[in-house]
Design a protein around this ligand. Structure first.
Ligand code: B12
Length: 211
């Protein structure tokens, strides 16, 4: 549980670019063994969604948004000691953002949740070209591949990616997620066999535990 007051303090520090204050808040939560999924969603995701609203309403600049993004990305790394502490279970996942998709924090979190559960998570980052992602998957031979989509207008890129994947890997399970689906597109994803839309990190972890 992350208290409202702590969230507000964190958000203010993030918007002010106070990296060390943000660092201390997150480190204390980790030291107190607060669930990493909670930190990811109730602190990082919630504050970045707020940053997006403030930017959309011209209450902060692109520079402020970039600063918040870069602080958040650096803070994700604080969780690494806990994330890699679990014994490896010999399973692999590749997580990528569709081509033309530059939002990468959500996808990185997803790879981390797999790691937290003992998987080896390969996160390819933003705007991954389809052919190169397919080549990487041929080499890495993962059990599952996941794609993150934040901008609904990139849905066609994602469809092309899924179709290219299906011709090379007919039986590979594909996971799809990201906030683009707040605005539609879930029915499109459901048309593809072996492709599952996952709406949150809680749902993701339940699914990992069933695999
Ligand atoms: C930071 C940011 C950027 C940065 C991203 C940098 C980076 N390193 O990631 C930059 C500057 C590149 C950017 C660019 C743009 N952005 Co932007 N951006 C954001 C912002 C503020 C935060 C994104 C973020 O990190 N969110 C936090 C993460 C943790 O949340 P998440 O992505 O939803 O991920 C969670 C779940 O969705 C899920 N999940 C995500 N992926 C996956 C994958 C799988 C497999 C699974 C299971 C789950 C899963 O798990 C995560 C944890 O719970 C958002 C605001 C917002 N609402 O998020 C706008 C936002 C996404 N951007 C927006 C826009 C419009 C743009 C631009 C078009 C702006 C422009 N005119 O140029 C461009 C598009 C670039 C592109 N082609 O991708 C809009 C999108 C609106 C819409 N209807 O599509 C938003 C919502 C802002 C707004 N309120 O208007 N942006």
């Amino acid at each position: 549980m992350i208290h409202e007051k702590l969230y507000e303090t964190y958000l203010t520090s993030l918007l002010d670019g106070e990296r060390s204050k943000c660092h201390d808040i997150v480190q204390k939560l980790l030291d107190d063994r607060i669930d990493i999924k909670k930190i990811y969603t109730d602190l990082f995701q919630r504050s970045m969604y707020r940053v997006g609203e403030l930017w959309e309403n011209n209450r902060i600049t692109v520079a402020n948004e970039h600063l918040s993004t870069s602080i958040t990305e650096s803070l994700l790394n604080l969780a690494y000691p806990s994330i890699f502490a679990r014994e490896r279970i010999g399973r692999k996942v590749v997580i990528s953002c569709a081509a033309n998709e530059f939002h990468q924090i959500g996808g990185k979190m997803v790879a981390d949740i797999f790691e937290l559960n003992g998987w080896d998570g390969y996160f390819l980052g933003a705007n991954s070209p389809i052919e190169d992602t397919i080549r990487f998957v041929h080499d890495a031979q993962p059990d599952v591949v996941g794609f993150s989509l934040s901008i609904l207008s990139n849905l066609d890129c994602l469809k092309r990616t899924i179709e290219a994947f299906r011709s090379d890997f007919s039986n590979m399970d594909l996971l799809i997620g990201g906030q683009a689906f707040r605005w539609g597109g879930i029915d499109t994803i459901k048309q593809y066999d072996g492709t599952e839309y996952i709406q949150s990190l809680d749902h993701l972890e339940k699914m990992i535990n069933r695999m």
